[in-house]
Ligand binder design. Structure first.
Ligand SMILES: Nc1ncnc2c1ncn2[C@@H]1O[C@H](COP(=O)(O)OP(=O)(O)OP(=O)(O)O)[C@@H](O)[C@H]1O
Length: 256
């Protein structure tokens, strides 16, 4: 198994009048092609962990290897290149640019890398077909629905074929129908492209699409569970663990 992510003894202490240990001795790894979710109560350290993986914040101790590289040992410019080439980001509020069309938003990472018009066109066609948004290319972001916005953001995240997608509450701003569309799109991409995906979520239905969920509490690993082949049972296990954790769970059932 190729490890795309390896986290060793990772810790983060926020310095302040009263220092706060937001992450404490975290160890885990993610294999190529895995779809892993992270859940935990508010304040448990999920965003902190995501920020460290995204290289926008520095660990206090421990190491992170992504694709065998330790991006925290890089210079500022190298980190920016690393983010652009190795990571794809999907956010709760989409982070698309309003003054650009769907097409322009999606090809932005390629344009920044100086790719040719032909290459951009080829990659655009492939990725937008996969996400079922090929008819929306000339629309502006205010002309499309939440689910379509998130599928556009996913297209932008994967067009460079990153080593890993980091998704931060990708269904947080969506109704249940759009959430289902987005989670099915992420699953399909994970399955067909072997895109390793790491997702923070509070939503147990979204989480039930993952192969594995890691639970954290007070900055420490608490438990992890695997989907197996029964998503309904996995969903129930997620609810049970959230109840144990004292997490906020939505008591809706997964869509079949
Ligand atoms: N910049 C900061 N300075 C000091 N403390 C911080 C900072 N950022 C986060 N914290 C603290 O670290 C802990 C973990 O926060 P974090 O945002 O990672 O939690 P979370 O699991 O993402 O929460 P939520 O689900 O509410 O988004 C919290 O107690 C928070 O108050």
């Amino acid at each position: 198994m190729v490890k795309v992510l390896e986290i060793q003894r990772l810790g983060k202490v926020y310095r302040g009048k009263v220092p706060h240990r937001a992450l404490d001795n975290i160890n885990f790894s993610i294999n190529k092609g895995e779809f892993v979710g992270i859940m935990g109560p508010s304040g448990s350290g999920k965003t902190t962990l995501l920020n460290l993986l995204a290289t926008i914040d520095e660990p206090s101790y421990g190491t992170i290897f992504i694709n065998g590289k330790n991006p925290h040992s890089f210079s500022r410019n190298e980190k920016a290149m690393f983010r652009r080439n190795e990571l794809g980001f999907v956010f709760q509020d989409f982070n698309l640019l309003e003054m650009l069309t769907v097409e322009e938003n999606i090809i932005l990472p390629l344009a920044l890398n100086g790719e040719t018009q032909d290459t951009m066109e080829q990659k655009l066609v492939k990725v937008t077909k996969k996400l079922g948004i090929e008819k929306l290319l000339n629309k502006y972001t205010y002309e499309i629905s939440g689910g379509q916005l998130q599928r556009t953001a996913i297209a932008r995240a994967i067009i460079n074929r990153p080593s890993m997608i980091l998704a931060d509450e990708p269904t947080g701003n969506l109704d249940s129908k759009a959430s289902k569309d987005v989670m099915e799109a992420l699953s399909e991409i994970n399955r067909t492209e072997q895109t390793t995906t790491f997702m923070v979520t509070h939503d147990p239905v979204a989480a039930s699409y993952c192969h594995r969920i890691i639970f954290i509490k007070d900055g420490k690993l608490y438990n992890e569970i695997y989907q197996g082949d029964n998503r309904q049972l996995f969903f129930q296990k997620i609810l049970d663990l959230l109840a144990l954790l004292g997490g906020d769970n939505h008591l809706s059932m997964p869509h079949s």
